[in-house]
Write a protein that binds this ligand. Structure first.
Ligand code: AMP
Length: 135
């Protein structure tokens, strides 16, 4: 079944579009974290970052940078978060690759991403070895 974002691409449901090209589409998030919260999607129905082709990755990154620059100019936020969730455990609810552009203002109280954990030296060493081996 098509994702809700594919249905937006196909014009079956409405969206507040801010930018579109052959490979990507950017539109306002329907439940924004802040005014101007925008989603950039890859037009191909790919679920997560690791499934994107190089061309899809580049196209989405380009549009993200372009739209972020426009948001900076138009809305003058104090900062911008770029977020991208992969998998339900990471908060992904729409399984169609998308990047969140979230304008931020000082003390806007929008979100705190994480509490810092402390790991032992052995844990750090094991993790770096595992990731390096996988590359
Ligand atoms: P994520 O949790 O990273 O998968 O983000 C999905 C985002 O899509 C959420 O922030 C939703 O508010 C947003 N969303 C879901 N449906 C729509 C829609 N029809 N139009 C715009 N944004 C949507």
């Amino acid at each position: 079944m098509a994702t809700i974002f594919t249905r937006i691409i196909n014009g079956e449901i409405p969206a507040l579009k801010v930018y579109e090209d052959a490979d990507t589409l950017a539109f306002l998030d329907i439940a924004p974290a802040s005014p101007g919260h925008t989603l950039v999607i890859c037009k191909n129905e790919v679920a997560t970052l690791t499934e994107l082709s190089d061309a899809q990755l580049l196209a989405t990154a380009r549009t993200t940078q372009r739209v972020a620059a426009a948001i900076q100019q138009a809305l003058q936020p104090d900062g911008i978060n770029i977020m991208q969730n992969n998998g339900a455990a990471a908060g992904q609810t729409v399984f169609h690759y998308h990047v969140h552009i979230i304008p931020r203002w000082t003390d806007d109280g929008v979100m705190q991403f994480w509490e810092h954990k402390s790991l032992s030296q052995a844990e750090f060493t094991e993790i770096v070895a595992k990731i390096s081996r996988a590359l």
